[in-house]
Design a protein around this ligand. Structure first.
Ligand code: ADP
Ligand code: TRP
Length: 344
């Protein structure tokens, strides 16, 4: 039997994931991990480039780790670790740095966006942002990753990674593969989950829904979803409605069909069209229905999330065990690279 391909990806510790992250990134990654040799890490060193407040960074590292585990990451199957626990990575990053032409980094979008029209960076642009792609290349190359699933915005970083691997192999291996050139798997965002205001759900729009909220605050958040001013009891339009769109993502087909009928009739019981207000169906009812399917779908994960957050020692031990497994691989790759460049 052929060995499973190694798939590796990094996640920024930027707060509790929202529904968009869960459906758009976390669940697809977990599915991929099931039939691959999976490596998944929290990119805490990369997070520093955004100058986060230390306490907040610390909390976010834990909450992101707890969220992935609660949502189904199996740490026995997938090697799950913190980037900063694998010192081989920044050492490899240095070896790559010594081969990395500045032009390659000057062209990186994330850096370029911070420069003026003469290509000069502003006073507050730090070296960490500039060398971000080199560290990311080391994250990947230190593990002989075959496949790296990332969002579209990371495509250029993957190209830089491939180029750096080829360059290193050319300089030190005479073209022989010392570092494995990985394949990018660009996720074309199969679905865009809408947020409270109907735009793409995103931290930057403050329109997110966090599923680990307790029942009441979760309902409060759902009630903030923008709806039109259809009168109570009149038919509601399902097409393009955010509540309906979100409901559909989590409900069974039968549940969705029923909700659609409730929208069409403006009645809780669509088959009973008597003009009794108790049977009226309005936005508040639709939102309660959404709340119901979210609690059903994520109730267990929420309990597990809070259990993990209450036992950070356990979480830390779990990540440390992952780091040990990760280092066993990275050590071998780094050794190969150090020998190739004459340090060993
Ligand atoms: P945010 O927009 O909240 O800052 P990120 O840019 O950190 O989210 O996204 C992390 C991952 O989650 C990416 O892979 C991205 O494609 C996915 N994602 C984010 N928002 C959505 C959404 N609304 N629908 C689908 N996927 C999303
Ligand atoms: N730059 C990635 C992001 O912002 C996170 C990341 C860091 C990463 N290192 C990586 C992703 C290595 C894949 C592989 O989303």
């Amino acid at each position: 039997m052929a060995a499973k391909k190694r798939v590796l990806t990094g996640i920024q510790p930027s707060g509790i994931p929202h529904i968009g992250n869960i459906l758009g990134a976390i669940e697809p990654s977990l599915r991929l991990a099931q039939n691959h040799d999976g490596f998944l890490f929290i990119a805490d060193l990369h997070a520093l480039t955004k100058q986060p407040e230390p306490k907040q960074l610390q909390a976010q590292i834990h909450s992101v780790a707890a969220a992935w585990l609660a949502l189904g990451l199996n740490p026995d199957q997938t090697v799950f670790y913190r980037q900063s626990d694998v010192p081989e990575v920044p050492i490899l990053a240095w070896l790559l740095s010594c081969q990395c032409p500045l032009g390659m980094l000057n062209r990186a979008h994330t850096f370029k966006e911070l420069t003026d029209n003469k290509g000069m960076p502003g006073e507050d642009v730090r070296h960490g942002i500039y060398s971000y792609p080199v560290l990311m290349a080391a994250d990947i190359l230190a593990f002989d990753a075959d496949v790296v699933p990332v969002g579209k915005d990371q495509k250029q970083h993957l190209e830089i990674t491939q180029e750096l691997a080829r360059k290193f192999n050319h300089v030190y291996g005479g073209g022989e593969a010392i570092l494995k050139v990985p394949e990018a798997k660009i996720d074309e965002a199969v679905m865009t989950v809408p947020g409270l205001d109907g735009r793409k759900m995103s931290k930057s729009y403050d329109n997110t829904i966090h599923v680990f909220l307790e029942d009441k605050p979760l309902l409060k958040r759902i009630k903030q979803i923008k709806t039109d001013s259809t009168e109570y009891g009149a038919p509601l339009t399902a097409a393009g409605d955010t509540v309906f769109e979100l409901y559909k993502l989590f409900a069974t087909e039968a549940q969705t069909t029923r909700l659609r009928r409730q929208y069409e009739t403006g009645r809780k019981n669509p088959d009973e069209n008597v003009d009794d207000e108790r049977n009226y169906f309005g936005w508040g009812d639709a939102k309660k229905a959404l709340h119901g399917v979210l609690v059903e779908r994520f109730g267990d994960a929420r309990a597990e999330y809070h259990r993990l957050m209450d036992d950070q020692g356990h979480l830390d031990r779990l990540l440390a065990a992952g780091a040990e497994r990760a280092r066993n691989v990275a050590r071998g790759v780094l050794e190969r690279a150090l020998r190739a460049c004459g340090i060993r």
